[in-house]
Design a protein around this ligand. Structure first.
Ligand code: PLP
Length: 357
């Protein structure tokens, strides 16, 4: 293995890339990882050197914090390649800032921009062949941090590992989904950790989502924990509703994740002259709009799928189908095309969101 140290990053390359063995046309999301990963350890109150090295297993004592008390946070972002083979990131500082907000809430240390964004760029540069060109292709980026101090004393870890792994992704049109509005379970509560990307949020969501799936729906629309009337998120995505020609999404709060896709779609919609209302929206608003024939679209927004269309929702044992809207008339499709066009660099980025590495 060749080793070198540049700009405080230590880089150890694989002897032989495994890229030739990858069937990029058919990769399953999140199942294949690139040749390298980034690892950085926090100890004695400070971050150590960023190490970029071959992707592979790690070994830890069974007593480390994350296995018992779950100090674990993550981010999700994507890299894209344009027709000139340049690799691009989309608003990476937003993910870095949000990572630090999550870290703070979980009593974990902040990480500096140089290690997070600078380290990511160095890693991507090494694995740039893994970013495939063309419609729908991207490289999914998963930064995460876990408590690594050994010992089962219930308290915050004093040692942490920051890591970035990369996984080639292809977005297929996955079809519209049916959702169930949550009436009992909650994803988040005031004063809780719902606005952070901590791993436990996901673990707590698996069981109610499975119940919804057993009942014939693919996802849950999460409501506020106190009244189960406010419509807040769809699965692991932010959620938008179109009533008449107005696009509505809930304001971010302690229960709602401040999604980069959500805020980008709001800006794109406004720039297209679409009327956007950021306000709380309740189940009764939906039922009323549906009865009047004004409820036209519901869609989720998040990095993994960009925009995920919803075909209908269940509430109190009753299923409500949404009307069929043509692609030309659909806000979901228009906004998805506009956002993906900016990300993939075939639409001019007038917002200044994309950065080449
Ligand atoms: C990550 C996430 C989102 C979407 O955020 P993006 O930055 O758009 O990917 C929405 N809701 C939850 C609960 C999330 O964890």
């Amino acid at each position: 293995m060749s080793s070198q140290t540049t700009n405080d990053f230590s880089i150890q390359k694989v002897e032989k890339s495994k890229i030739a063995s990858i069937d990029f046309e058919n990769v399953k999301f999140g199942s294949v990882f690139t040749d390298h990963m980034l690892v950085c350890h926090y100890k004695d109150g400070k971050w150590g050197q960023v190490e970029i090295k071959p992707y592979g297993p790690m070994s830890f004592e069974p007593s480390i914090n994350v296995f018992h008390y779950g100090q674990a946070i993550f981010e999700g972002m994507k890299a894209y390649k344009d027709t000139e083979d340049k690799v691009w990131l989309f608003r990476p500082q937003e993910n870095w800032k949000r990572f630090n907000k999550s870290a703070e809430r979980l009593a974990m240390p902040h990480i500096d921009e140089e290690r997070f964004v600078g380290g990511l760029k160095a890693l991507l540069n090494l694995d740039r062949d893994w970013v495939q060109k063309g419609e729908g292709n991207s490289l999914y980026i998963r930064p995460f941090m876990v408590g690594t101090h050994p010992g089962v004393v219930a308290g915050p870890s004093t040692e942490f590992m920051f890591c970035i792994i990369l996984s080639p992704a292809r977005t297929y049109y996955s079809g519209k989904v049916k959702v169930q509005i949550a009436e009992h379970y909650s994803r988040a509560a005031n004063g809780g950790v719902g606005s952070t990307k901590c791993s436990g949020n996901y673990a707590g969501q698996f069981y109610p989502t499975k119940l919804a799936q057993d009942a014939g729906y693919q996802q849950v629309i999460w409501t506020d924990d106190a009244t189960h009337t406010k419509l807040e998120e769809a699965g692991t995505m932010n959620v938008f509703f179109r009533i008449g020609d107005t696009l509505i999404t809930a304001p971010t709060s302690e229960r709602i994740l401040d999604g980069v896709t959500r805020k980008s779609l709001i800006e794109i919609a406004k720039s297209k002259g679409i009327n956007v209302e950021v306000r709380s929206i309740v189940v009764q608003d939906l039922l009323d709009a549906h009865a009047k024939g004004e409820l036209k679209e519901i869609f989720g927004a998040g990095t993994a799928v960009t925009v995920g269309q919803i075909e209908g929702f269940a509430y109190q044992e009753k299923y409500y189908e949404l009307p069929v809207v043509t692609d030309e008339d659909s806000y979901a499709i228009q906004l998805k095309k506009a956002l993906q066009g900016i990300q993939q660099k075939h639409i001019e980025d007038t917002f200044g969101w994309t950065q080449s590495i």
